[in-house]
Design a protein around this ligand. Structure first.
Ligand code: NAD
Length: 262
C-alpha cells in the first residue's frame, strides 16, 4: 500500500525518544520530510540522525519546550518556513506525573494542562492556517488508552487526555470542509524509556522489574507489551492518503486492554 507520504512535510513533537522518535522514523521510512522537536538538543540530534538513516527526504530538528506558548509558535513557524508548508502534525508530549487527587495542587494541574492539552491546542493553532489554505492536512494526537479506561493513580493524565479527545472531536467538524483531518491514538502499554523506568520503580520488596512487567502483561489480552513502532505505524497510517475518510476518531492501540467498545 502506498501511503502517499513521500516528500510530505511532517512535524512530530516530543520526538527525542519513545513513541515520538519511533513515529518520526516511521514517517522517515515513507520518504517524508520530517521535523522533530523536544527539549534536549543532544537527544534530539540522535533522533534526527535515526530519521535520516531511516530514509527521510529531509530532517529538521528544533529544540522546544512544549509548555512554552511562544516557543511552540516559533517552532511551528520555523518548520513551515523551512519546508515551505506543513501537511502532518503529530501532537505528542511527555506524560504528566502520576498522583491521586489528594496529592495534586493547582500548580500540578496547571502544569499538566499546559503540557497535555495546551501543547496540542497551540501547535494545532499555529499549523492550521497552511493546512486549510492547501486543503490537505492531517493532525494525529498521541494520547492513551486511559481515555477509555482510567488507571487509578494517574489522575492528571486520566483527566486531561479526555480534554484532548473532546477538543479533537469538536475540531474535526470545524475543519473537515477544508480536508484537514484530526484523529487521536490511544497507546496501551508500550516498551519505551518511560515504561522501563516505571517497572524499575515498581520493583520493591524483593520484586524485580521483570515481576512488574509480568503484572502489566497479565492485563493485556495479546500477552505482551507493544513495541514503539507498532504505535508509530498506526499514527502514520492515520496521517496518510489512505486514511482520507477517517476523522474525529479515537483509536485505542492497546493489545485488547480496554474492556468495552472503543
Ligand atoms: P517518553 O517519556 O519515553 O518520551 C516523552 C518525550 O517527550 C521525550 O522525547 C521527552 O523529551 C519529551 N518531552 C517531555 N516533556 C516535554 C516538554 N515539556 N517539551 C518538549 N518535549 C517534552 O514517553 P513515551 O512512552 O514515548 O510516551 C509518549 C506519550 O504517550 C506520553 O504522553 C505518554 O504518557 C503516552 N503514553 C505512553 C504509553 C506507553 O506505554 N509508553 C502508553 C500510553 C500513553
Amino acid at each position: 500500500m502506498d501511503l502517499g507520504l513521500r516528500d510530505k512535510a511532517v512535524l512530530v513533537t516530543a520526538a527525542s525518544q519513545g513513541l515520538g522518535r519511533a513515529t518520526a522514523e516511521s514517517f522517515a521510512r515513507e520518504g517524508a520530510r520530517v521535523a522533530l522537536c523536544a527539549r534536549d538538543p543532544a537527544a534530539l540530534e540522535q533522533a534526527a540522525a535515526a530519521a535520516r538513516q531511516a530514509g527521510a527526504a529531509e530532517v529538521l530538528s528544533l529544540p522546544c519546550d512544549l509548555t512554552d506558548p511562544i516557543a511552540i509558535d516559533d517552532m511551528v513557524g520555523e518548520v513551515i518556513k523551512v519546508f515551505g508548508t506543513l501537511h502532518v502534525l503529530v501532537n505528542n508530549a511527555g506524560g504528566p506525573p502520576p498522583g491521586r487527587f489528594h496529592q495534586l495542587d493547582d500548580a500540578a494541574w496547571q502544569k499538566a494542562f499546559d503540557l497535555t492539552l495546551m501543547s496540542a491546542v497551540r501547535a494545532t493553532r499555529a499549523a492550521l492556517p497552511v493546512m486549510r489554505a492547501q486543503r490537505w492536512g492531517r493532525i494525529v494526537n498521541i494520547s492513551s488508552y486511559t481515555v477509555k479506561q482510567p488507571i487509578p493513580d494517574i489522575m492528571l493524565s486520566n483527566s486531561l487526555r479526555l480534554a484532548v479527545a473532546g477538543w479533537a472531536k469538536s475540531l474535526a467538524t470545524d475543519i473537515a470542509r477544508d480536508n484537514v483531518l484530526i484523529n487521536t491514538v490511544g497507546p496501551g502499554w508500550t516498551r519505551t524509556g518511560r515504561v522501563t523506568q516505571l517497572m524499575e520503580t515498581r520493583a520493591t520488596g524483593g520484586r524485580t522489574p521483570a515481576d512488574a512487567e509480568a503484572d502489566i502483561v497479565a492485563t493485556v489480552p495479546l500477552g505482551r507489551l507493544a513495541e514503539p513502532q507498532e504505535i508509530a505505524d498506526v499514527v502514520t497510517f492515520l496521517a496518510s492518503e489512505r486514511a482520507s475518510f477517517v476523522t474525529g476518531t479515537f483509536l485505542a492501540v492497546d493489545g485488547g486492554v480496554v474492556q468495552g467498545p472503543t
